[in-house]
Design a protein around this ligand. Structure first.
Ligand code: PLP
Length: 386
């Protein structure tokens, strides 16, 4: 029987999967075109809609988040069409690479990593050229910033330009109101705040986006053609064999979210992320990003002078069995470490993170300003008096 190391998985995705969800994924395979599985897909639909903030169906694919980023662009862009990508981190850069691979004309709004974006820069660029779409990342996992989707959506309200949003690491951890905010395609994946195993990609699509997807042009993808996926979904199916057991897990996760209450889930994320931020700052670490735009699903912090990010990550894993992430990008290598606060995370996880981080810094010769400084700051932020 396969065994794997027993450690605390504290990455900004994939996240630890709760026992209840893991057990669901161990159930026997059903006929994916049978009535029972259709009912499961329908229930997933009903429960996903409020999480996306949409009245429309959510397409379910086998694939990672990147597959859905690519699918979103492939379904709306013809070669030579212009697209405007907001690049504020590594995932923004990935969208640029994907758009180029699809032979689109790519303009970018480069935003300083970790900093707020002035929407007037986007507004200004929209006056200069007609774009098929503006493309943005809701939650930039590489920098720990949640960007304001509504304010970009507002710029496109009366225009044919679509808004494509990667909310892979945001959805179900940070509020998404796609219909109200004017987002046209929102993509996500199972392994982040949705607390499932990796392998499911999701795409929610507005009526405005369907007018583009449905136009005469071809979609340069067979597997990821949204038209085919929608036609099947209208019959309660997926076009090809879906990851059946992962969908059991997704359904269990969605039931758990509904039991806790979506509003409570979002509040828990923001409360725990704030506590972790307070804790790491009390340990003398600076946030990587501007505080007021901090993400609720990932905390990114700068590595203190004289230390190397990789050494912290390695020591945490080897000595304290806590697995966190380092830099996502060559320009950040050694300079940033990141901890996920997405999915099924508890107060105890945050306190343990801070204990292990303090001990690691201590072991590496950079003790905290005072003993238990991080834990105490986090307890204060959580309003827990020991
Ligand atoms: C994790 C993540 C993705 C997708 O990554 P995959 O490894 O392809 O699932 C995309 N965008 C963001 C912002 C992410 O955090």
């Amino acid at each position: 029987m396969l065994t794997i190391p027993d450690y605390r998985l504290r990455l900004p995705g994939p996240t630890a999967v709760p026992e209840r969800i893991r057990q669901a994924t161990a159930l026997p395979i059903l006929n994916h075109r049978g009535a029972e599985f259709k009912a499961m897909l329908a229930e997933c639909q009903q429960r996903l809609k409020p999480i996306f903030g949409t009245a429309h169906n959510v397409l379910i694919f086998a694939g990672s988040g990147t597959a859905m980023m690519e699918a979103a662009l492939a379904n709306i862009l013809s070669p030579g069409e212009a697209v405007l990508v907001i690049v504020a981190g590594q995932f923004g850069e990935r969208f640029v690479s994907i758009a180029k691979a699809l032979a689109a004309e790519v303009d970018t709004i480069p935003a300083e990593w970790g900093r707020a974006l002035d929407p007037r820069r986007v507004e200004h660029q929209l006056k200069r050229r007609d774009y098929r779409a503006v493309v943005m990342v809701h939650n930039e996992s590489s920098t720990g910033v949640a960007y304001n989707v509504a304010e970009i959506g507002a710029l496109l309200k009366n225009s044919p330009t679509l808004l494509v949003v990667d909310s892979v690491s945001g959805l179900a951890g940070i509020e998404m109101k796609m219909d109200d905010w004017g987002a046209d395609i929102v993509v996500s994946a199972s392994q982040k705040s949705l607390m499932c195993a990796p392998g499911i990609g999701l795409a929610a699509i507005s009526p405005k986006a369907w007018t583009v997807i449905d136009r005469d042009g071809r979609v340069p993808s067979f597997f990821a053609d949204f038209r085919r996926a929608k036609a099947s979904l209208d019959k309660g199916e997926t076009p090809f064999t879906p990851p059946v057991t992962l969908i059991y897990g997704l359904l269990e996760a969605l039931r758990m979210i509904d039991e806790e209450g979506l509003a409570n889930v979002l509040k828990r994320h923001s409360r725990l992320a704030a506590a972790l931020r307070a804790g790491v700052q009390a340990l003398g670490l600076e946030l990587y990003n501007q505080q007021n735009i901090s993400s609720s699903t990932v905390v990114a912090m700068k590595v203190p002078q004289g230390l190397e990010g990789g050494a912290i990550v390695q020591h945490l894993r080897e000595r304290y069995r806590t697995v966190i992430a380092g830099a996502r990008h060559p320009s950040q290598t050694g300079k940033v470490i990141r901890i996920g606060t997405m999915g099924m995370v508890s107060e105890a996880d945050i306190i343990t993170d801070l204990r292990h981080l303090e001990a690691t810094l201590n072991d590496l010769g950079r003790p905290a300003p005072s003993a238990n400084a991080g834990v105490r700051a986090a307890l204060d932020a959580l309003a827990i008096r020991p």
